[in-house]
Each structure stands twice: as C-alpha cells, then as structure tokens.
Design a protein around this ligand. Structure first.
Ligand SMILES: Nc1ncnc2c1ncn2[C@@H]1O[C@H](COP(=O)(O)OP(=O)(O)O)[C@@H](O)[C@H]1O
Ligand SMILES: [Mg+2]
Length: 239
C-alpha cells in the first residue's frame, strides 16, 4: 500500500540549528496517526514542514504520490491538506460564523450551508456562539472553532497541533471524541501532534515518538502505550 503522506529523511533547520535530523513518518488513508514527544522535540516543526514553512532542507514530503517538498504553502493547502496550528490561531475579532466562512473560502464556498450544519452537529457549542467574536470564546471553544475552520476546507488530511493544550479534561474528551467520530463516519485521515500522550495514543491507530528531532519509536497506539520507555517518559501520572 502506498501511504497518503510519506515524510522521508526530512531535515529542517532554523538558520544553522537543526530541528529535524532526518525524520521518516507515514500516514495511510483513513488512519489517525499521532506524533508524541516532549516540548521542543520538533513536533510542530514537522507539521509546519509538511505545510512547506519552514521548508525541508533535505529529504522529501510526498502526498498522494506527489512530491510537495518544494511546493508553496497555498498550493499544498489546495491539495486538501488542512492544519489547525498550535495555539489555535483563529481570528479573534471575527465572529464564529466569519471564521468558518474564512475556512470555507479556500474551497470556493459551494457547500457552505451543508458544512456549517455538519460543524454544528460535531460541535453544538459553535452554533450557540455563532455571532460571538472568536477572541471572547473559552479555550475549548476556540479549539473547536480552529478544528471546524480547518474542516470547512473539506480536507483529505487534517493536521492537528496540540488540540488539547491547556484545556480541561472534559473538553479534551469532547474534542478527541469528535476526531474519532470524523474518522469513523467520514474516514477522515488525521495526523495529530500531542504532548498529551495518553489520550493521543488511545485515540490513534498508530503513533511515533519524537526525541530531539529524531523519531525513536513507532507502533500501534496500543503497543506504544504498553512500552515501558513510553510509560516512564510520557505517561507516569500524566493522565
Ligand atoms: N522559529 C524558530 N526559530 C528558531 N528555533 C526554533 C523556532 N521554532 C522552533 N525552534 C526550535 O526548534 C526545536 C523544535 O521546536 P518545535 O518544533 O516547536 O517543538 P515541539 O512542537 O515538539 O515543542 C526547539 O528546539 C525550538 O526551540
Ligand atoms: Mg509544538
């Protein structure tokens, strides 16, 4: 089987500093794959490298058989990769509705109403808050909006960077349940970057562990949850 996304030997630098030291990751169609690792490991850098900013200095990123390593970011997005970046960068001065319109705009707005209804089913909170400004939402609601906005582009691959960051356990559960639902009902392919290893590995079909810009372990979510090294470094008391 050819993977939907293949990251091969990717090295990414910030100036002279190497952040990714030769990373291999694959995501197959219909999978939820997670990348876990401590703060500073290089998780966000990998997600951003997939989107072309910063760019891989060595190695390749292939999506659906097409080499996207050197494609401009807006062209990568047009291939139906959507990202919800770390820190949920929604438009704070725009309403929930306007934020969702911005997402749909990428796709030409042809099924805006249908998709809006889908988002309300997924995150009923967004319907209640529709005309409220993004910046006045709670952290959990902002995260829901960031994910919904990404979904409005009808992506084939959804990239999520730390959706659980700073959220209460109950809200994290709602968000992870929504991701699981999308994957089960629509077959959405998801690449999830998380420090919250326990929940991420429970949700994901497969996972990778990153340490200092290198992938050190991979396996099914279940296998990784049971690995003593994973337990010691990422799970003790962590859930
Ligand atoms: N814009 C930047 N300029 C220079 N160094 C950066 C920049 N962004 C991240 N880094 C460094 O790259 C490494 C990986 O960071 P990052 O990908 O954000 O890790 P993670 O998402 O796993 O916390 C860290 O050492 C970080 O300090
Ligand atoms: Mg990060």
């Amino acid at each position: 089987m050819t993977a939907m996304l293949s990251v091969t030997g990717v090295k990414t630098y910030y100036g002279n500093i190497v952040a990714l030291k030769g990373v291999d990751v694959e995501v197959n169609e219909g999978e939820i794959v997670t990348l876990i690792g401590a703060n500073g490991a290089g998780k966000s850098t990998l997600m951003m490298t997939i989107c072309g900013s910063p760019r891989a200095r060595e190695g390749s990123v292939v999506f659906n058989g097409r080499d996207i390593t050197n494609l401009p970011t807006h062209e990568i997005m047009r291939l139906k990769i959507a990202q919800s970046p770390e820190g949920r960068r929604i438009f704070g001065r725009m309403t929930v509705y306007e934020n969702l319109q911005m997402g749909a705009a990428v796709d030409g707005n042809t099924h805006f109403q249908d998709d809006l209804e889908r988002m309300f089913t997924l995150f009923p909170r967004l319907k209640e808050r529709l005309h409220q400004r993004g910046g006045t939402l709670s952290g959990g609601e902002q995260q829901m909006l960031a994910i919904a906005r990404a979904l409005m582009t009808r992506p084939r691959l959804l990239l999520l960077d730390e959706p659980s960051l700073g959220l209460a356990p109950l809200v994290v559960k709602q968000i992870f349940d929504a991701i699981r639902d999308l994957n089960r009902t629509e077959g959405l392919t998801v690449f999830l970057v998380e420090q919250n290893a326990y929940h991420a590995l429970k949700l994901a079909h497969r996972g990778y562990v990153m340490v200092n810009g290198v992938v050190t372990m991979s396996g099914t979510g279940k296998e990784l949850l049971e690995r003593p090294e994973v337990k010691a470094a990422y799970l003790e008391g962590g859930h």
